[in-house]
Design a binder for this molecule. Structure first.
Ligand SMILES: Cc1cc2nc3c(=O)[nH]c(=O)nc-3n(C[C@H](O)[C@H](O)[C@H](O)COP(=O)(O)OP(=O)(O)OC[C@H]3O[C@@H](n4cnc5c(N)ncnc54)[C@H](O)[C@@H]3O)c2cc1C
Length: 260
């Protein structure tokens, strides 16, 4: 067995084509807003603000005769979206994470989130387990007898995986792929639920706000709390105006505005 630690990689975030955006804004009189945009602001925030302003044509006062004043500060604008629960505009900004070395305990819980989330999970029907990567929380690592018994069990399970691979002749030249798939699928039944694997998760900001809150809550599972704390930290960097309303209380991300 191999000791591993869950890791989170943010591999994709929104990227605006500012030339195309400017061309559109020139059509609708939105240049004043384009000029105000902070060139260093993350595209996720700019995209959400763009979507929000499109709704009311609030690029500048008077473009919509019903709008005589507009907010000019992006943080204030975005926080007004959160406080008024106009959260559908947050759905335009999607972020993709790789959750690496996370257990099947975690992935099984994660895939329950449906709204605004996409997942692609490593298939243990296709990918053969030649070792059993496993994460232990620090309190478990400190318990000598627990660790000794746990490692014994994992070693036996790992040896059984190796034995089955040989017994089924999976590496014998000419073994058909469907045969490998069938046996690999059987073999995974003898892997523990804590075996570390990987999952790609894409979520829009509205969904991420909800999942970060739910999965760092005090009643949530230890590993998923750890992983979604990392997701929260990354989102705080990517879109500070849309994640800085959280107060982190003993690891729980508690938002000022829920279910936006
Ligand atoms: C601490 C904790 C303990 C849990 N324990 C258990 C357990 O013991 N057993 C168990 O089975 N599950 C358990 N779950 C999973 C939980 O029941 C949900 O399935 C999971 O959190 C997905 O969240 P969600 O329902 O908010 O869905 P999401 O897909 O994240 O949806 C986000 C929001 O969109 C809305 N929405 C989504 N889909 C629909 C829909 N079809 N209709 C109407 N509105 C919708 C809801 O407002 C929802 O909250 C637990 C979750 C947590 C966080």
């Amino acid at each position: 067995m191999k000791h591993v630690t869950p890791e989170v990689f943010l591999i994709s975030a929104p990227k605006i084509d500012y030339e195309a955006l400017s061309a559109y804004l020139a059509e609708v009189g939105g240049e004043p807003w384009a000029k105000r945009l902070d060139p260093d602001a993350a595209d996720g925030q700019n995209l959400v603000e763009f979507a929000g302003r499109t709704c009311y044509r609030s690029w500048a006062p008077g473009l919509n005769p019903n709008v005589s004043r507009v907010r000019t500060d992006q943080t204030q604008y975005l926080q007004n979206i959160l406080s008024s629960a106009h959260g559908s505009v947050l759905e335009h900004a999607n972020f993709t994470f790789v959750l690496h070395n996370v257990s099947r305990v975690l992935t099984h819980e994660l895939v329950r989130h449906r709204a605004g989330v996409a997942v692609s999970q490593e298939s243990l029907r296709f990918v053969r387990l030649d070792e059993l990567p496993f994460w232990f929380p620090s309190w478990a690592l400190q318990d000598e007898e627990l660790m000794s018994r746990a490692i014994n069990i994992l070693t036996i399970l790992e040896e059984f995986q190796e034995w089955m691979g040989e017994h089924f002749g999976l590496d014998v030249e000419g073994t058909k792929f469907h045969e490998k798939k069938e046996k690999t699928s059987f073999m995974r039944r003898f892997a523990p639920e804590g075996v570390a694997t990987g999952i790609v998760m894409t979520g829009n900001i509205r969904a991420l706000r909800h999942v970060i809150e739910a999965r760092t809550a005090p009643g949530a599972e230890e590993e998923i709390r750890l992983v979604f704390d990392k997701v929260g930290q990354l989102m705080l960097q990517e879109a500070p105006a849309l994640f800085s309303d959280y107060e982190v209380i003993e690891g729980a991300w508690v938002p000022k505005w829920r279910k936006v």
